[in-house]
Design a protein around this ligand. Sequence first.
Ligand code: PLP
Length: 416
Amino acid sequence: MGHKLPEAGADWTDLKQQMLDFGSGDADWRHGRTGMYVFFAGDDVLKVAKEAYTLYMSENALGPYAFPSLKRMEQEVINIGSSLLHGPDDGCGSMTSGGTESIFLAIKSARDRAASRGVDITKANIVVPYSAHLAFDKACHYLGLEIRKIPLAEDHRADPAAMADSVDSNTILVAGSAPAFPHGLIDPIEEIANIALKKDLWMHVDACVGGYFAPFAAMNGAELPSFDFSVPGVCTMSADLHKYGYCAKGASTVLYRDKDLFSHQQFDCDQWPAGRMVTPNIAGTRPGGAVAAAWAVLHYLGQEGYRTKAKLVTDTREKLEAAIDKSDDLVVWGKPQLGLIAYGSKILDIQAVWKKMFFDRGWFIGTIQEPAGIHMMLTPAHADVIDIYIDDLNTCVTEVKEEGGSKPTEEFKYSG
Ligand SMILES: Cc1ncc(COP(=O)(O)O)c(C=O)c1O
């Protein structure tokens, strides 16, 4: 149905009400009903993000000289990210619109460095685990690179030996995730970085989900494998503020080990009448609001706030894991250590369980296809509802068994 610009403007109070009504059928993230898309850390955090966003909503991060405020806040955010992930205190990198852009820029930088070293980039490839986010595929599609996705090891994490076997003279980058989206597991980053060191390749760590979570889980005592700039050979990391950083959407960081590597991200051009433009990101105009909200939320929560939220999330994950372990029908895929969990069944049709959870019980949760399973990104909002979730899960499992669904899911090609 067509929708045209109204001839006359309308009253904001009415419009606001209409817009609120539009949302009446949306997933209820505020009450922990979603397993993806929204990382809600409480109304207080949301208020800070909203107010900070609107303070700088009209300003444009494209203009650092016009808006030294945004330049300062962006650099301070980068410094925070870099120091949390054991990069230089005087951080190198940029804020971007999200994980996809951060990954894109890291791959672009690797490509441009390779070109500057005389590599024929029309033949270049990157080697990543099969679990790497599809943002890697998208970047390669846009940049004209080949992507080699290497099957995972038995434990659902990257298989560094198989990755090494796929590297050839046209490889420019290897990568791992911390954690990977599908199973929520941290890849063996040190082993992958060793390949990069031996072959002089660019190494990227995709910590879009873990970058602003894992450091706090580690401070709380989780024994995590090294996954950041503390690992020699890691050149770049992507870490999303709009996930477990609880910042307003449109905020990620792409971080570099040093300025030399970062220099490959810049786009510098003067071939038009208006003059020279130097931009590090894909975007021209960049929302000042996203920068300001990120700066505000990081300072509002501080280390203590993030540690408290991380504990809520890991406690919730452990509770769910314990319930799954107790069940004879369900199994957690791998050994998650952060906020993500994927579980399935060796004997039950997990797709049937997911359908019941999703459609009958109102849990807006995702799925994975290999192995078939249910996927959850746990957030602080889930702490209050995890008992209800577990009860519902047990009931749905019983119903599926009663209805004769006692066979593993054969084909499962839907992801919420
Ligand atoms: C591991 C990982 N990398 C990258 C991304 C892409 O992030 P975005 O959706 O912000 O572009 C995601 C999104 O969930 C992710 O989980």
